[in-house]
Design a protein around this ligand. Structure first.
Ligand code: GDP
Length: 424
């Protein structure tokens, strides 16, 4: 995925900035320009890049940058927040529920991967216990029905279509009615695509939508379409009420910035990405992990960077040893928070709050790595003891789970001998 290059360019721009001895307006602007260039090269729409640049400038306080020891982190956090905001317009307008009949209509240009994605979407939900069904209302592309039928048969998903009928609205309505009678709870309607956006395509989509009254319309977009993404997505949104986006072919050479643009154009979230031709090559899309990966924050090297940055050198070997054994306890988190507190103002209030609550925990609770130990009565006791609401204790435990998950990746890490940092 060429998107990785975007992450690399942004990280380099941040590194250059943090190497500067004095951070002034010019250094900050240079860094932001570098990041903007990287985003434009990745096919993010110009206006979005300009807005992001303005927002970061508003967020990042030059004085804090000049005084703070960790400029890179402050900037990285600002870029992270902005990219997340760009990619996260909120929840999809509808989420299917098991046992309740719903109709989901797929739209997109021909070749975008729509038919393949319908099958992937059906298969994904089937594995989750749904009873999906596929309706092929694509009467434009010869072979669309055969393709859907083949995929559906392989995955043992009921399907409906016709070789003879040329009216997509009729097929869509018949298919939806039939599967409603058969108590399917996720009826997926695949509509026609065209090579380009044209009036006939949009008119047909509107008619199918009016006749089947979908609970959700999913716009499928090929990740390799580049700068055209924004206009294409907007054209679809103007014709039918797109509620979610799926980006396909993320395994290819796509620059991927189009995903950001599609979200902006449709104001709808990306819910899945397609990562190959196989029915299983389908991933739930989560904004934060995606952006972390993009910026090299969530991956292995990003994490190691952070350890080197934050933890005092004499404590690093011990910590690495503990993490390599996979025992990440609340006590370890407490110790790491103490280190984080030394870092600067970011999140200090929150961490202090967490530590107050952890001071009300027993040794057994602090040393356990089993989240099940934290029963309701223990949580209430900790909340009372620390004078914090139960919600805050839950929040802290969630944070622990999140960190434990990331740090759990250290499990099995081979250290040559205890404390040998060169092994990393
Ligand atoms: P439609 O015309 O929009 O229905 O597109 P199809 O579903 O027929 O897909 C067009 C081509 O893209 C087919 O060769 C698919 O196998 C391929 N395709 C679809 N999704 C993906 C994906 O996520 N990754 C890759 N590599 N190929 C895909």
């Amino acid at each position: 995925m060429v998107l990785a290059q975007l992450g690399g360019s942004i990280s380099r721009a941040l590194a250059q900035m943090s190497n500067a001895t004095v951070i002034d307006e010019k250094v900050l602007n240079d860094c932001l320009n570098e990041i903007s260039r990287a985003l434009l090269q990745a096919d993010v729409q110009f206006k979005m890049v300009r807005d992001m640049q303005a927002n970061i400038k508003r967020i990042v306080n030059l004085e804090a940058l000049a005084a703070g020891t960790n400029k890179r982190r402050i900037m990285q956090q600002a870029v992270f927040t902005e990219l997340c905001n760009m990619l996260d317009p909120g929840k999809p307008s509808f989420t299917p529920k098991k046992g309740k009949p719903s109709v989901v209509m797929f739209v997109g240009l021909q070749g975008s991967g729509k038919t393949t994605t319908c099958s992937k979407y059906a298969y994904y939900h089937q594995k989750k216990g749904f009873k999906p069904a596929l309706v092929c209302a694509d009467t434009f592309r010869a072979g669309a029905f055969d393709q859907l039928k083949q995929n559906a048969t392989k995955a043992k998903i009921p399907f409906y279509g016709s070789y003879m009928e040329s009216d997509p609205v009729k097929i869509a309505v018949e298919g939806v009615e039939r599967f409603k009678k058969e108590n399917c709870d996720l009826i997926i309607v695949d509509t026609s695509g065209r090579h380009k956006q044209e009036a006939a395509l949009f008119e047909e989509m509107r008619q199918v939508s009016e006749a089947t009254k979908p609970d959700l319309v999913i716009f499928v977009m090929d990740s390799s379409i580049g700068q055209a993404a924004f206009d294409q997505a907007q054209a679809f949104k103007q014709s039918v009420s797109v509620g979610a986006v799926i980006i396909t072919k993320m395994d290819g050479h796509a620059k991927g910035g189009g995903a950001l643009s599609a979200v902006a154009a449709t104001k709808s979230p990306v819910i899945f990405i397609g990562t190959g031709e196989h029915i299983d090559d389908f991933e739930v899309f989560d904004v934060k992990p995606f952006v972390s990966r993009l910026l090299g924050m969530g991956d292995w090297s990003g994490f190691m960077d952070k350890i080197h940055e934050v933890i005092p050198t004499d404590q690093q070997p011990d910590l690495l040893q503990k993490l390599s054994e996979g025992s990440f306890s609340l006590r370890l988190m407490y110790e790491q928070f103490q280190n984080l507190l030394k870092m600067g103002p970011i999140g200090q209030a929150k961490i202090k709050r967490y530590m107050t609550m952890m001071d009300s925990m027993t040794d057994a609770e602090l040393d356990s790595t089993n989240p099940k130990l934290m029963t309701e009565s223990r949580i209430i006791r900790i909340a009372r003891g620390s004078g914090r609401p139960v919600r805050d204790v839950m929040d802290m435990l969630e944070e622990y789970k999140r960190l434990a998950k990331i740090w759990g990746k250290m499990k099995g890490l081979k250290l040559q001998k205890k404390g040998d940092m060169s092994a990393l």
